[in-house]
Ligand binder design. Sequence first.
Ligand code: NDP
Ligand code: AKG
Ligand code: MG
Length: 473
Amino acid sequence: MYEKITPPTTGAKITFKNGEPVVPENPIIPFIRGDGTGIDIWPATEKVLDAAVAKAYNGTRKISWFKVYAGDEACDLYGTYQYLPQDTLTAIKEYGVAIKGPLTTPVGGGIRSLNVALRQIFDLYTCVRPCRYYAGTPSPHKTPEKLDVIVYRENTEDIYLGIEWKQGSEIGNRLIKILNEELIPATSEHGKKQIPLDAGIGIKPISKTGSQRLVRRAIKHALLLPKNKQQVTLVHKGNIMKYTEGAFRDWGYELATTEFRQETVTERESWILGNKEKNPNISAEENARQIDPGFDALTPEKKAQIVKEVETVINRIWDSHGNGKWQEKIMVNDRIADSIFQQIQTRPDEYSILATMNLNGDYLSDAAAAIVGGLGMGPGANIGDSCAIFEATHGTAPKHAGLDKINPGSVILSGVMMLEYMGWQAAADLIKKGLGDAIANGQVTYDLARLIEPPVQPLKCSEFADAIIKHFG
Ligand SMILES: NC(=O)C1=CN([C@@H]2O[C@H](COP(=O)(O)OP(=O)(O)OC[C@H]3O[C@@H](n4cnc5c(N)ncnc54)[C@H](OP(=O)(O)O)[C@@H]3O)[C@@H](O)[C@H]2O)C=CC1
Ligand SMILES: O=C(O)CCC(=O)C(=O)O
Ligand SMILES: [Mg+2]
């Protein structure tokens, strides 16, 4: 079945039932070490995960690690350009849950991202990236403890589909010609716009199915959160990209207000209901004026539209959501992408789950991780319906590779997410305690040490793993 790898002789497969993993006591879990600093981070991660599982379950549970190859290591074993061997794909498909270090993607040419390929091959459509603060972590931000968000990033489409043509290529030129001459109409909307003849071309597909399955997962997650965190924010640049990013917002609201009608309220609905609660006799027009500050300057058609929106909300959900009942529902709102980047810094405690398309989520998860201490503290998971691959937010950080220096925290915390996904909460909790206590005691790697005043001597990557284990208690 495998060309160059052999599964462990002990252990059993994780299977899936209704999208949920069914985990034996001794699961076989494939891992990819990763390029660059993967060489430092992976051994540290494996040591911490094994120690936590052994301690939490007194040796009755154990992970049987199955080494599989991708990236540079795969080329060494399988030959030139064998970046993602079939063996690796077969193993991940067979065992269902895997964890990986970062893999290099060249810029401007060369192979397409192996990280993205794995997400697409296994249809891991949800990328979950929690950004929360561990007490004592130094941060450039004044109030990092106020940020506790989970980026829910669509993980299979958007520009990551990789459909693009190089400037000057035959197809690129043909496409530009067809678009310019046949498809871009000279309407009031598009004017006489033409694509420059020396442009590269990329395609940005955003589908209703892809958007709604992501938002569905985000809302289901919000249902499990404490009441004050039950909120899903749809992040988009829909003012500019109306039919892709704008549609993502609309499809998100559509899903929330149909499939989850009893569980959700949108921000605008909450304003409309709130206005009527404050003033039971308020007219639909006055209510519309209060939810839309620029109402009086609008055209009659637009005014009528908003009045209609108010009437529809009152008719449809006053009984189920009115008289304050909406305050018990999951709040679904939306923010334009550039604005959310400043909002998570200026008003971090106002956000909880940030549901995004692929590119926005990529940017936003690095930015949010920076607030709570940096990329060394940014874990992640790629989750589908019958497979999950856990990996950090960061990349290979090549300048630190092989120095036993880098912060393994984000891959270790990705391991924590994996343990939680498997239902091994006791082991996950030990690691969170160990990591939190190590940081609180100033036992940190270089990235955090340089932010601490007065400066502390940084631990090596491997020493940080040992410190976490010591603090299990
Ligand atoms: N999922 C994946 O496998 C991903 C892969 N990549 C790939 O990784 C490669 C390198 O990308 P690059 O843009 O340099 O981004 P990286 O995330 O690899 O690193 C950028 C900088 O972030 C900081 N950093 C990253 N990881 C850690 C960590 N564990 N602990 C502490 N600090 C950390 C370091 O900053 P400083 O030096 O200031 O301390 C580092 O130099 C590219 O090929 C890219 O495509 C990128 C993202 C995700
Ligand atoms: O695949 C890559 O090289 C980069 C991907 C990335 O930055 C991410 O998924 O966060
Ligand atoms: Mg990224």
